[in-house]
Write a new protein. Structure first.
Length: 457
């Protein structure tokens, strides 16, 4: 295609993604995207042609106003500033009143007398020659750059690895256009590929040999590591455990998990574990905990005493090991049945929690009963009794009970933005509240105060 085939694209806005693409990407884009729209094809073609255009040459459009002996006067359509256009083989047949688009070198001169613009049209032949020259210069530069980077790649191959940034660089410079250089790059790659393949084969063979042997993991206290090592145990850095292959020596039998579990079972020792991703925070020696419903089904006693506690951190793939997250701790504990004395404090705490739960339920029932069965005076009341379970706040919310001489009131604060203040019948120092009352009896007062003391405790 020639530049004049793109005259109508002179004002085209080429998308940024096309401008930012490399020459190689633009060359292959249509092949990799079948069914491409014609508009996109034109934009890509225009960008490729535009990149080849000499830097001091651009496509211009002028309306011819006057033709002289050496110069033509013309204006850019829609503007009034007159430019001087050189008469040569490209412009010799131009006519006044018509508009033409052509390639040209534009010279702008500004001095104290003003600004003048001289336009020097360039014929297709001249332009093609100029493009060829610049393209050859670019190719010569690229070839030298490729040879420089290729030399570095080959040096790194001698050191045993492939210089990947160098490979990316020579590919971006178009090494595929130079068969001899491409052959050198392929040879360098093959050296590394063959080396990596050989290493992987050796590694696979070693793993296969190891896989034939069964690892038997041991539970070894830190202070006894030298003893197990002297009897043939090896350290697994991934699992952070000692192990032996195929058969466990009699001296190390006591460290086998099965042996340990059997001894623990005989001693009444049970185990707990849980991941930090599931909300576990671990245990400490001497702690007494209550067994879960699931643990009780498995035969655990209700109250457990912690005899040993530990934890293990997983920096990745924690979900596979029970952490409950990609990284975090798994906590472990050994426990036994707690004695009556050891579990006494926890039992009392749990009983208080249960009592408080029941007390809250009774208080909520009392509130509802007073609302449903009590009296709600229409006249505004100014109470000055004893407040019980007061949760009034400065925002107009909260509620409370108030004991006066003859009644027990339940009052719900009704002073927040959006509340209907016209319903209020109790003065509160704010917008007011809504109150209901029932007759006061010593029995009801005693019950209310008892429930309040349980909740506060």
């Amino acid at each position: 295609m020639r530049f004049k085939d793109f005259y109508y694209l002179d004002e085209m806005v080429v998308p940024d993604w096309i401008k930012q693409s490399s020459d190689a990407e633009l060359d292959n884009y249509e092949r990799l995207h079948p069914g491409l729209e014609d508009k996109t094809k034109q934009e890509i073609a225009f960008e490729k042609i535009n990149r080849k255009r000499p830097k001091d040459t651009k496509l211009v459009t002028y309306e011819i106003k006057k033709i002289g002996r050496k110069w033509i006067e013309g204006v850019v359509p829609g503007r009034s500033f007159v430019n001087k256009i050189q008469i040569n083989d490209t412009t010799k047949d131009f006519q006044v009143g018509k508009t033409y688009s052509f390639n040209a070198s534009v010279k702008v001169d500004t001095n104290k007398y003003g600004t003048s613009v001289e336009v020097y049209p360039i014929s297709d032949v001249q332009l093609s020659s100029k493009i060829d020259y610049e393209q050859k210069q670019k190719e010569t530069f690229n070839q030298k750059e490729i040879e420089k980077w290729l030399g570095w790649i080959e040096e790194k191959v001698k050191e045993g690895y492939l210089y990947k940034n160098g490979v990316e660089k020579v590919n971006s410079l178009g090494i595929a256009k130079y068969p001899a250089l491409q052959t050198r790059l392929d040879a360098a790659r093959k050296v590394i590929t063959d080396s990596e393949k050989k290493y992987q084969e050796q590694l696979d063979a070693k793993k296969a040999e190891e896989a034939k042997k069964q690892k038997i993991y041991l539970n070894v206290p830190y202070e006894e590591k030298d003893f197990v090592k002297s009897h043939g145990a090896k350290w697994d850095s991934n699992w952070k455990q000692w192990y032996v292959l195929d058969k466990i020596p009699s001296e190390l039998q006591k460290y086998h998990p099965d042996s340990i579990r059997q001894k623990e079972k005989d001693d009444g020792i049970l185990r707990l574990s849980g991941g930090s991703g599931y909300g576990y925070v671990g245990w400490h020696v001497g702690q007494v905990v209550q067994a879960t419903a699931e643990q009780k089904k498995q035969g655990y006693p209700e109250f457990l005493y912690v005899t040993d506690a530990s934890k293990k951190y997983f920096s990745d793939d924690g979900m596979s090991f029970g952490v409950g997250d990609e990284q975090g701790h798994i906590y472990y504990a050994k426990v036994r049945a707690a004695t009556e004395e050891e579990s006494k404090s926890l039992k009392e705490k749990l009983q208080k929690q249960e009592d408080k739960k029941i007390a809250i339920q009774k208080i909520e029932s009392l509130k509802k009963k007073i609302e449903d069965e009590g009296e709600r005076p229409k006249e505004t009341q100014n109470l000055s009794g004893e407040r019980i379970l007061d949760t009034q706040n400065i925002y107009g919310g909260g509620d409370w009970f108030e004991i006066t001489n003859d009644a027990i009131w339940y009052i719900r604060n009704n002073g927040m933005d959006g509340d209907n203040w016209s319903n209020n019948n109790i003065r509160t120092g704010g917008a007011g509240g809504i109150g209901w009352k029932i007759p006061k009896t010593e029995e009801k007062v005693k019950e209310l105060k008892s429930l309040a003391s349980i909740v506060k405790e």
